[in-house]
Design a protein around this ligand. Structure first.
Ligand SMILES: [Zn+2]
Ligand SMILES: [Zn+2]
Length: 264
């Protein structure tokens, strides 16, 4: 005998399995769970509920496991993302539990290189990613290439068309506490959404230190053409502002950030 609560249980299982997804996909999964339960038992009707309420219910269920279905945004597109965030452990080994010990060593070294890249680049070339000692000593170069590709495929890293590696929305969400704890002085925050920022624009005045993701900047520009802090004129195209991310590097082409996403 199925009942309406089975749809929620199915949905939570789907979240535990996929771990991160867009809102679009998450909502499609929820409707699929409702349909599946109703198909099993025609006498059961599973009422749809507003998304925010469903998320609240899901998080009440996940709370006892110290997990949270948490919202973030893709830094380039602004697309809303959801990830299963471990609230108890913030160590990479616990968070990225799909990685083997040598992959974790490699991933942590890559995260460090990306966060500490000069000029707020928050990205590294594939040559830098495979350089010793970033790459574990016991890993061959072809082996490292395979592991890097799997980090991208599993949504931990982004690889741009120019071959630069950066942190994905999944990493920024799931590793948020680890990053804040490990690199307290090296992270930027978006003035608009208050999420971590590794790709975005800054006030051209410089010292006021106001940063925004490009989609957040687009939203802000509809309301104001001035920096919210120093009142400098912001009525210029985002590519004229100071940049964080791959665009901040000299090698990058000004009109093509070259980032690739692909969460579904
Ligand atoms: Zn933002
Ligand atoms: Zn300013």
């Amino acid at each position: 005998m199925a009942d309406a609560s089975d749809a929620r249980k199915l949905f939570i299982q789907a979240i535990l399995l996929r771990r991160y997804m867009t809102t679009h996909l998450a909502q499609a999964l929820w409707h699929k769970c409702r349909e599946d339960v109703m198909a099993v038992d025609e006498s059961v009707f599973v009422q749809d509920i507003p998304w925010d309420e469903l998320v609240k219910e899901v998080n009440q269920s996940l709370n006892s496991f110290d997990l949270e279905f948490s919202r973030g945004h893709d830094e380039i597109t602004g697309v809303e993302m959801w990830a299963l965030v471990n609230r108890r452990d913030d160590e990479v080994a616990q968070v990225a539990s799909d990685l083997s010990p040598s992959e974790i060593t490699y991933f942590k070294a890559l995260v460090e290189e990306i966060i500490l890249a000069p000029d707020h680049a928050y990205s590294i070339s594939s040559i830098a990613a495979m350089r010793d000692p970033v790459k574990p000593a016991n890993m061959t170069k072809p082996g490292a290439e395979t592991v890097l590709a799997s980090f991208v495929a599993r949504g931990w890293l982004l690889k741009s068309r120019k071959g630069q590696y950066s942190l994905s929305a999944r990493s920024l969400l799931e590793l948020r506490s680890y990053l804040r704890k490990t690199y307290p002085d090296d992270l930027l925050e978006c003035q608009m959404c208050l999420e971590l920022l590794t790709k975005g624009v800054a006030c051209p005045t410089g010292p006021c230190g106001i940063w925004m993701h490009v989609p957040c900047y687009g939203q802000y520009q509809k309301r104001s053409g001035k920096c919210p802090w120093c009142q400098a004129d912001w009525s210029i195209a985002p590519e004229k502002l100071i940049c964080a991310g791959e665009r901040s590097t000299k090698a990058a082409n000004d009109d093509d950030e070259g980032e690739q996403t692909g969460y579904e």
